[in-house]
Design a protein around this ligand. Sequence first.
Ligand code: NAI
Length: 395
Amino acid sequence: MIIEPRIRGFVCITAHPEGCAAKVQEEIDFCRSQQAPADGPRKVLVIGASTGYGLSSRIAAAFGHGADTLGVFFERPSAKGKPASAGWYNSVAVEKAAHQAGLYASSINGDAFSDEIKAETIERIKKDLGQVDLVVYSLASPRRTDPKTGETYRSVLKPIGQPYANQSLDTDKGEIIEVAMEPASQEEIDATVKVMGGEDWELWMDALSEAGVLAPEAKTVAYSYIGPELTWPIYTNGTIGMAKKDVERAAREITDKHGCQALVSINKALVTQASSAIPVVPLYISILFKLMKEKGTHEGCIEQMVRLFNDHLYSTAGPTLDDDGRIRLDDLEMQPDIQAAVAKIWPTVNTGNLNELTDFGGYQKDFLELFGFGLCGVDYTVDTAVDHPLPSAEG
Ligand code: NAI
């Protein structure tokens, strides 16, 4: 069938298999062009491995360091002739390329918050890898069912303590809009911490450790964000920020409990399926991208992850940490001249000057590429098969 983008608000409900494969290949090529430190990861578990930062972590480990990778994700395979989700096609492409390169790569598709998927992952590690020496935790989810109680929690993106209003970007229509949000209730704050906080990361590390599948020198890393003051009411000081504080608490717990280095990396704001759902952030990203591209400091997920692996996790000097013990991959985003320029542009943006003052075009391009659309060298006018099984599942 001919697959075209069908955008509904901040998601695209179709994905293009060859386009996703082309995007994955671009990231693989970038990794191969970079000089990696001699001592890198060998056997890597990536939880949330199919899109965004988790996908790029997996690619950086496999194609930058020659690591064997096991990816866990929650994606939709093709059914009834309809395309699979982008993360499914991405994972098919990663596995294929890894196998061609002689690397082990397999995947588990299911709810990473559940005990069943943790048990299946441990069995797979025992059978195929023995132990893992790096665990990347890169889940972004709107809901989580607690495996102990069966209760389902839903995360919200809301300010805390007082209402918040600001301008935002309707990315579908390309219009500046006003958004107003009421503060979260305590129940909503707690639910967001349950979903996006560190509890599940701890449960994973407990389970892996108890099963004896963590290598003695194992490291683990989870991702977080801080960003500029203008997004703090909705991000850092909002419900999601509380969850991210809990991720930092979990890092300390994991390090104390399992003696493995548990790190939090503060990453750059980038266009992913998760970030496009956060009010205000797409407008900030559009302004930020214009300024960082002009300055020559712009990076995408793969550049960020290669820098994480090469300059921090596996650098001979070890990771460079801030005063709170975190890796700061957002260093270039947070440079004072960049942030001062964002703050100057912010109040002057309107629908009429959006394309002049921001890189909304770049935002839209990145958004479509998340779903495999707009990639160079892909002929979108020819029929394409939608059903692509995961190579590792074919035996
Ligand atoms: P994403 O939406 O691209 O990826 C989320 C991943 O989680 C996918 O692989 C998806 O399949 C998986 N997933 C979701 N629910 C699952 C479930 N129940 N079971 C198994 N897998 C599940 O998100 P993105 O943006 O890459 O976020 C990853 C992490 O990076 C998050 O912690 C996020 O807060 C953080 N981060 C993101 C930034 C951004 O600008 N996108 C900036 C800094 C940090």
